[in-house]
Design a protein around this ligand. Structure first.
Ligand code: AMP
Ligand code: MG
Length: 418
């Protein structure tokens, strides 16, 4: 039996980061940048107007106010995407739309609301006059070239998980494709002779299969790309063939069931027959058994991560072991969800006498004191997924420990959106 940290360290060392790929920005959401991405351009590329208004010289309107407007000669109108046909001259103005280049000679833009322009008299054509009712300091409403991004700036640094705005920042600098660690394609295979996936009545001894939906969803939720491989029966030879075939098509395979000490634990047996079995007993409750092995994929090793079959154990094992490994393979720097030091509103006690760390499923919320408060969910057995479904954290209890109501407990969050 080994501590969780040791088990995780072994897995992380065994499962290599996926090779870098060149992906179109549209496919790169959630991927990790494999290098610093530097801008070759200024953004905006030219000084442009922040408002719809009149580009002018601040000096020409220095004394303007509502009672003493300044009259300027309109030279014309510049929409976004065009440029003024000539420079600004003294006592004159170019009408400019948001995003239009500020004409040479202008140092400020007064917004249209501070002018006499109206629907009846838009004051947009050469020969029009416009009254300006407000002074403006030089630079007002002018977005200078490079004021968002300067050429040479790092747009996104190595290790950044690309979010929607990162993708747009890259696009704004003219970048169309990026070097990223791709998201792992994760095959999901559940095992068990008792499992039924069809829409039919159960025969004696059968149960409806449920880990598949959960593991597929856990993968999707964490931004991996799940691929359903179906139910494997408890026959090690067939299972070994299924795993070998899947290794040709997936970056990694997650299985559930068949890794404990039973007579017919087929994932262990299958990996054993392939000569690739690493079985672990992890010092946590639930989810003590875990098995993994590296198969030969096309050009690289394909890890098989064998989660235990009890539904709550599958969930906890995914969160504490598989998820960090998958994140590491995907190039993430931060492997874990945030931990919180929470207040427990009920007594919590480690279970069992064999010295394992207990992860009690808890439901947390912010209290009026601004702190995170947790309560254990009603059923803590490893088959009681119905109770666990409402949990949003795992409260960590050292072996044999007990925490009274009001005491502090370390909670590993499962998710933050409820
Ligand atoms: P195992 O680890 O294969 O011995 O399974 C432990 C327990 O989890 C048994 O009660 C199984 O019936 C149950 N179990 C295993 N796989 C699944 C699954 N995919 N869906 C629902 N229950 C499962
Ligand atoms: Mg089984």
């Amino acid at each position: 039996v080994i501590p969780l940290e040791e088990a995780l360290a072994e897995l992380l060392a065994a499962c290599p980061v996926l090779p870098v790929e060149h992906l179109d920005l549209r496919s790169a959401l959630g991927c990790v940048a494999a290098k610093d991405l530097v801008s070759a351009h200024d953004v905006p590329p030219f000084a442009c107007s922040a408002v719809d208004g009149y580009a002018l010289r601040a000096a020409d309107v220095a004394h303007a106010d509502a009672g003493r407007p300044v009259s300027l000669a309109v030279l014309g109108s510049v929409p976004a995407g065009r440029t003024a046909s000539g420079p600004l001259t003294a006592g004159a103005t170019w009408k400019v739309m948001t995003g239009a280049p500020v004409p040479d000679g202008a140092d400020t833009v007064v917004m249209v609301e501070s002018s006499s322009a109206s629907l009846d008299h838009p004051a947009a054509s050469a020969g029009d006059q416009v009254l300006i009712f407000a002074a403006a300091a030089a630079g007002t409403a002018v977005r200078s070239a490079g004021s968002n991004v300067a050429a040479g700036d790092v747009l996104v640094s190595e290790g950044t998980t690309l979010g929607p705005a990162h993708l747009a920042v890259l696009a704004s600098a003219g970048i169309r494709a990026v070097e990223v660690h791709p998201k792992p394609q994760v095959g999901v295979l559940v095992t068990g002779d008792e499992l039924v996936t069809e829409d039919r009545e159960l025969q004696p001894g059968e149960i409806y299969e449920s880990n598949g939906a959960m593991v597929m969803a856990l993968l999707t939720e964490s931004s991996f790309e799940p691929r359903w491989l179906g139910v494997a029966r408890d026959q090690p030879d067939t299972l070994a063939d299924t795993l070998l075939a899947a290794a040709q098509e997936c970056d990694v395979i997650v299985t559930t069931g068949g890794v404990s000490m039973g007579d017919a634990d087929p994932v262990k047996a299958a990996l054993g027959r392939l000569g690739r079995l690493h079985a672990m007993q992890v010092s946590i409750r639930p989810a003590k058994p875990f098995a993994y092995g590296l198969l030969d994929g096309p050009g690289r090793p394909v890890p098989v991560l064998g989660l235990p079959g009890n539904p709550v154990s599958s969930l906890v094992s995914f969160e504490l072991l598989a998820r960090p490994v998958l994140r590491s393979m995907a190039g993430h720097v931060e492997l874990h969800r945030p931990d919180v030091l929470a207040v427990t509103d009920a007594p919590l006690a480690a279970t069992g006498t064999d010295g394992r760390t207990t992860y009690l499923r808890v439901r947390g919320r912010f209290g009026t004191d601004g702190r995170w408060h947790v309560l254990p969910v009603s059923g803590q057995d490893s088959h009681q997924l119905a109770a666990t479904a409402d949990a949003n954290g795992l409260a960590e209890l050292a072996p044999h420990s007990r925490i009274e109501a009001g005491g502090e407990v370390r909670v590993r969050s499962l998710r933050w959106d409820h």
